[in-house]
Design a protein around this ligand. Structure first.
Ligand SMILES: [Cu+2]
Length: 465
């Protein structure tokens, strides 16, 4: 087990330019493991073609070793423990100690050799989603290769021909293995690092889990009713914010391996979809958006210039996807006076709570939670609870953020006079627009709809005419 601090040392050692001996060439590259769910900014590439590394939200990039001009990686499919947010851990399956697995970064034209060791209790394979490669390297169990049995290692080898945004996932017992968190990101950088260059390049996968409150292992036969909607197997406030400098050109690449689509939305800026898993979108085919729907199995690269300082929400726009577990079977008590009954019901119905009462009663969550369970909505902001969970994070745009500095600057401090404030003056009674004369539309009291019912003249009429 290699800690985060060791990762940098390990990266230097593992990917050092030292010549590989014949014995070394015949051996497996070291399997490097990550034990923390922090965002680990990868070091610049120590060898091979130059590129600008991406930053994987709450993830990391897999070091490689160079072997006779072949980039060699070692992926280990294995059970992992993933912290979804402080206060909750899940028993998942992933790669090299984490779910999702590490991001694999290569350069257009690289010959890549990936050793895949299976430490799961069942067969697996790895499919390299979106890649141009020899058919036998496509990783579809039964179709293009035999399954990788537990304890066995397979070797995949191909040239990364097309630059762009990709992912990897098993093509064996897919329903179970993806519901358990087996997936990872892949970026093939362009040979010319000045092409598609940006100042910040973030990546993450959308995934979802169904973990019963109090449990640790996801239910894998769930089809749609997942209760934890995650960015890289993390839920807000466990998802790191994206730090950018004011004026930075920012790219965020998102892949969707859940079972439903996600309209991903940014505040304060417009973006363009500049790439899909099929390649870069020609500039003439781009249009401005503030939300883009990412369907199952799709990837989208969005780009914008971060020129508005502040803490800008970035989230899935399906409101149930910005909540954590226990979002179901909550009665709507808006307009109902339940001052006396809530406590009594809580005594006999564990987990009972009320929606729409006095604002934000779900955020506060005064009910006791089972062990290893997150509140539905949480996350403290500078002005109180953000009342969000799930697929939600923040893009922090700061003038003073240094180039190359991904550290969290803390909460935005708006200049005086630029924040919504409470009105403390007089509140005159509202005047009704329909009684004040003026422009209101006349309302018809009764709809003039005439209904004529025609009965057939006799029951045997059908078929006789
Ligand atoms: Cu969503």
């Amino acid at each position: 087990m290699i800690t985060r601090r060791d990762f940098f040392k390990g990266a230097g050692v593992a990917v050092g330019a030292a010549a590989v001996t014949r014995a070394g060439a015949a051996s497996l590259p070291e399997a490097i493991t990550m034990g923390k769910a922090d965002t680990v900014v990868p070091p610049p590439p120590p060898n091979g073609r130059p590129y600008h590394p991406v930053v994987t939200l709450n993830g990391w990039s897999l070091p490689w070793r160079m072997n006779n001009n072949v980039k060699e990686f070692h992926l280990v499919a294995e059970p992992v423990v993933r912290e979804l947010a402080p206060g909750m851990k899940a028993h998942l399956w992933g790669y090299n100690g984490q779910s999702p697995g590490p991001t694999i970064e290569v350069v257009e034209g690289d010959r890549v050799r990936i050793f895949v060791t299976n430490r799961l209790p069942e067969v697996t394979s790895v499919h390299w989603h979106g890649q141009r490669l020899p058919n036998g390297m496509d990783g579809v169990t039964g179709l293009t290769q035999p399954a990788i049995a537990p304890g066995k290692t397979f070797v995949y080898e191909f040239v990364a021909r097309r630059p762009g945004t990709f992912m990897y996932h098993p093509h064996a017992d897919e329903m179970t293995q993806m519901a358990m968190g087996m997936m990872g990101f892949w970026v093939t950088h362009p040979k010319d690092p000045s092409l598609h260059a940006v100042d910040r390049d973030f990546v993450f996968l959308l995934n979802a889990y169904d973990v019963e409150p109090g449990a640790y292992t996801p239910k894998t036969n769930t089809m749609l009713d997942f209760n934890l909607w995650t960015f890289n197997s993390r839920v807000f406030p466990g998802i790191d914010s994206m730090q950018v400098r004011q004026g930075d050109k920012v790219r965020i690449r998102v892949g969707n391996l859940t079972m439903t689509n996600h309209p991903i939305h940014i505040h304060g800026h417009e973006f363009e979809v500049t790439g899909t898993d099929g390649g870069w979108v020609p500039p003439t085919a781009r249009w401005p958006e503030v939300t883009t729907d990412i369907a199952v199995g799709q990837m989208r690269a969005i780009e914008f210039v971060a020129n508005e300082p502040g803490d800008w929400a970035f989230h899935c726009h399906k409101s149930h996807h910005t909540m954590n577990a226990m979002g179901h079977n909550v009665p709507n008590m808006i307009g109902v006076n339940h001052d006396d009954v809530a406590d009594k019901i809580s005594a006999v119905v564990p987990g009972y709570m009320v929606m729409g009462d006095k604002g934000g009663s779900m955020g506060g969550m005064q009910m006791p939670l089972p062990e290893n369970t997150l509140p539905m909505m949480m996350g403290e902001g500078p002005y109180g609870s953000v009342e969000m969970g799930g697929m939600f994070t923040v893009v922090k745009v700061r003038k003073e953020q240094k180039k190359g500095d991904y550290s969290d600057p803390g909460w935005y401090k708006p200049p005086p006079g630029t924040r919504a404030y409470e009105w403390t003056g007089e509140l005159p009674a509202p005047s009704r627009s329909d009684s004040a004369g003026g422009q209101s539309m006349p309302v018809k009291q009764k709809p003039e709809v005439e209904v004529t019912v025609r009965k057939p003249s006799d029951h045997s009429g059908h078929g006789k005419n």
